[in-house]
Ligand binder design. Structure first.
Ligand code: PAF
Length: 260
């Protein structure tokens, strides 16, 4: 496994290899079993697997969230090695922004709704760094988890709008046994809150309406930012013990009230 911190040697190494056979998993580190599933899928479907680890300041609308974001580079590299990653790109902070973020990618409609309405500027930061990483890694395929549903759809939209020669591969959310979606932020939950957090996906899945889900979550002690239905998905964001959690699920098909 080759580890690059600088852009020039990374590009020199990758340019000698076939891009179409390169699978890419972009991350902010603090890797967990959800990331492992992305890496394993990339490994199974490509001749070469590249992983990026970069905590991208511009996508954090909350300075405290950025400061508290877990950094576990040694453990990340161990997981990468075990998953058969060939190339790791872990640039130093701000190496990706020689322009000091003067140039950025903005989607003007969908990115301002849902998660974007609660995190102003978040998706500008995500799309900008993903485009930069695509430019540097030049993958044939890139793997994104469905847990960040709106991110996934915006990256798909960007790839289409900007004619990027990369296939975006959707990967199902990986959940703990109690149903909580795996997330690097889960590590910041107290043991007691970690137990209570399982009520979040449960309420989202069971409630017959978004209002009922909000009510159930509030009763369970969550601060609810939003629960909404969009097409065949229910999406939500809550805060528990100061930790923000997001999730989304296919909408349940509830029996109609007239059904016996
Ligand atoms: O999903 C993430 O971890 C990040 O948003 C991403 C795609 C690596 C961009 O920083």
């Amino acid at each position: 496994m080759k580890i690059f911190h600088e852009i020039a040697p990374l590009r020199a190494h990758l340019s000698a290899r076939p891009r179409a056979q390169r699978g890419f998993v972009p991350t902010m580190g603090a890797l967990h079993a959800g990331h492992r599933a992305l890496l394993e899928r990339a490994r199974a479907e490509n001749g070469e697997v590249a992983l990026s680890i970069y905590v991208n300041r511009p996508q954090f609308n909350d300075a405290g969230d950025f400061t508290n974001y877990p950094v576990t580079l040694d453990a990340d590299l161990e997981m990468a090695r075990a998953a058969g990653v060939d190339v790791v790109f872990a640039p130093p902070p701000e190496a990706l922004y020689p322009d000091a973020y003067r140039y950025r990618v903005t989607e003007t409609t969908y990115a301002r709704t849902q998660e974007g309405a609660h995190r102003p500027g978040h998706f500008d930061g995500v799309l900008t760094v993903v485009l930069k990483l695509f430019q540097l890694i030049d993958p044939g395929r890139a793997y994104f988890g469905e847990k960040d549903w709106q991110q996934l759809r915006l990256v798909e939209g960007m790839a289409e709008a900007l004619f990027l020669p990369v296939e975006i591969v959707r990967c199902p959310t990986v959940r703990a046994e109690d149903g909580l979606a795996l997330s690097s932020r889960n590590a910041r939950l107290s043991p007691e809150d970690r137990k209570r957090a399982a009520a979040f996906p449960a309420a989202m899945a069971r409630a017959a309406s978004t209002e009922a889900a909000v009510e159930a979550l509030r009763k369970d002690g969550f601060t609810v930012e939003y629960v909404l239905d969009d097409g065949d998905r229910r999406l939500g964001a809550v805060v528990l013990g100061g930790v923000r959690l997001i999730d989304n699920l296919p909408l349940p098909s509830f029996p109609s009230p007239s059904a016996t």
